[in-house]
Design a protein around this ligand. Structure first.
Ligand code: G4P
Length: 530
């Protein structure tokens, strides 16, 4: 992760990031405030009425049917302070974590939102680990300071210890809960005061000459002021100062304190992303590394959303541009099929509206409507045969067999399942012995969502039933060894939608045994999608 002073200005001003958090920490509220300050919406409350966490299954279905909303929320672009922000949404529900992991391959940085009273929660930790695998720089926003929160040092200690990352305070909260009045901006020696009366108003900012500035007393009650001076003094002594290089390398996270619902601290965080966040970074392909400033346009698909309009079988492939300056109508090569593809109607997602993307630059996310040619992991280039690496496919944690309640529809079911597999919504395995399919997902809710989508989008009522298998592992190794293994284990072998061999079992013991008896083979829980 580097800062590249030599990037063309259009690329250098782009900031492509995701927000990671545990459900309920305030991601939706923060997103909304971003869009508000980015001028993308007029009033908070327009994006979605409710956070992902409390969405019931039926809410989710409705949202799926009204795909417009969830699609525009998948990637949002807006301008702030001369910067172009591309915010890529990560579904908050733990059932959709695989999608989230893939989303994180398309961003250059992440904002970690934590609840000031709860600290680092389980989902935050999981997502943080994924960011760490990719050395993504992380900015931290400690939310809900208007409520009773933990002691500031305690929160910082917890992040440092739990996530093994240095934490540098960018701001320091003054008071807590009902007494919370704002923050001292430690990077600019400013006082930021919260206006509780108007939730959509930008905080008042007062420039200070350090902590001894007598004007501090005009704004901060005496008791809080003494505490602030003590704490900031201690923080400056005990905690590391913000170091941009260390942040860009993923070793340090700056933390801002605030209250998203009161719009407090949000602008400071946005300015932090602009000033310190990374511009579009080089992307890795199997062949070489692609630098964003290279002239030829390249990009990769990290997400596919199918059947956005059930009447038309269209899909939108979300493409992260890795290099170049894209213009509408360009002919790109779809590397997997080696076929040219004229990109005539790409879309950019500006909050609630889809707009035709006349142009886009490295770092941007564009949506390309297509009829199923574009799959997760696919590369688009101006001719070069590239395979982008690092987009993982995870072994599902739950397996069920599925059949159409009407046996006449079995053939159609296969088609529907393959489409969902390509979309990345589920893993679909066709066992070598017997008919039928086994579907694998990461979270139980996905079975219900799938059943409903297969019925709504394809008109096929289906039943999911428990499967005799509980684990799936891809079989990798020299071709002859894989074939020999497959031949004697047919009862345990299935093919995924790409035709790759998968070993199915009930027992971890089986997996260990295969590994022991077949040292040439690897049973893997992830496979890279290419
Ligand atoms: P999520 O997307 O991370 O799941 O969180 P979301 O923004 O939906 O926020 C979860 C709850 O926390 C919501 O309350 C939201 O209003 C509240 N919240 C967000 N930011 C703050 C903050 O800075 N301070 C306080 N006090 N609360 C905050 P809810 O009661 O579940 O929903 P609602 O009835 O308020 O909409």
């Amino acid at each position: 992760m580097t800062n590249r002073p030599d990037l063309p200005p259009e690329i250098a001003r782009r900031r492509t990031f995701a927000i990671i958090s545990h459900p309920d920490a305030g991601k939706t509220t923060l997103t909304e405030k971003f869009l508000l300050y980015g001028g993308a919406i007029q009033m908070a409350g327009q994006v979605r009425a409710k956070g992902e966490a409390r969405r019931t299954r039926s809410d989710f279905m409705k949202m799926e049917q009204e795909r417009g909303i969830s699609v525009s929320a998948s990637a949002m672009s807006f301008d702030f302070d001369g910067y172009r922000f591309n915010l890529v949404d990560t579904p908050g529900h733990s059932d959709f974590s695989e999608d989230t992991y893939r989303t994180l391959t398309a961003v250059d940085a992440a904002i970690m939102v934590i609840d000031g009273a709860k600290g680092v929660e389980s989902q935050t930790r999981k997502l943080f680990e994924v960011c760490r695998l990719r050395d993504l720089p992380i900015l931290t926003f400690c939310n809900k300071m208007d409520r009773e929160s933990r002691d500031t040092f305690e929160i910082i200690d917890e992040i440092q210890e739990n996530l093994a990352i240095d934490v540098a305070p960018a701001s320091w909260p003054i008071g807590v809960g009902r007494d919370f009045i704002g923050c001292y901006d430690m990077l600019h020696d400013r006082l930021e005061l919260m206006d509780r009366a108007d939730r959509n108003k930008v905080a008042e900012s007062v420039k200070m000459q350090g902590l001894d500035d007598p004007r501090l007393a005009e704004h901060v009650p005496a008791g809080l002021l003494d505490k602030l001076r003590d704490e900031v003094g201690m923080a400056r002594e005990l905690l590391p100062a913000f170091d941009r290089q260390s942040f860009l390398e993923g070793h340090m996270t700056p933390i801002w304190f605030g209250s998203a619902i009161n719009s407090f601290g949000v602008q400071e965080l946005m300015k932090g992303i602009s000033a310190y966040g990374p511009p579009p970074q080089p992307q890795n392909a199997a062949e070489r590394q692609i630098a964003p400033e290279e002239n030829p346009v390249t990009g990769f698909v990290f997400k596919v959303q199918a059947n956005m309009d059930p009447k038309h079988r269209d899909r939108v492939a979300f493409v992260r541009l890795a290099s170049g300056h894209f213009e509408r109508g360009m002919k790109l090569t779809h590397v997997r099929s080696k076929k040219p593809m004229a990109v005539t109607n790409p879309v950019l997602f500006l909050a609630a509206d889809r707009e035709l993307a006349e142009e886009a630059w490295a770092g941007d996310i564009i949506g390309i409507p297509n009829h199923g040619q574009l799959r997760i992991g696919d590369a688009l280039t101006e001719g070069e045969a590239l395979r982008f690496t690092g987009i993982p496919s995870f072994a599902p944690e739950l397996l069920q067999s599925v059949r159409a309640t009407d046996p006449m529809k079995a053939k159609h079911l296969e088609k529907a399942l393959m489409q969902f597999a390509e979309e990345g919504a589920a893993k679909v395995f066709k066992p070598m012995i017997g008919s039928g399919f086994i579907v694998g997902v990461v979270g139980a809710l996905q079975f219900e969502v799938l059943a409903s989508r297969i019925e709504i989008e394809y008109g096929i009522p289906v039943r999911f039933e428990s499967s005799q298998f509980t684990s799936a592992r891809w079989v990798a190794g020299p071709r002859d060894k894989v074939e020999a293994f497959v031949n004697v284990n047919k009862g345990h072998i299935a093919q995924d939608h790409d035709g790759d061999m998968v070993y199915l079992t009930r027992l971890q013991w089986d997996i260990d045994r295969v590994q022991r008896d077949h040292p040439d083979l690897r049973l893997t829980a992830t496979k890279e999608m290419m």
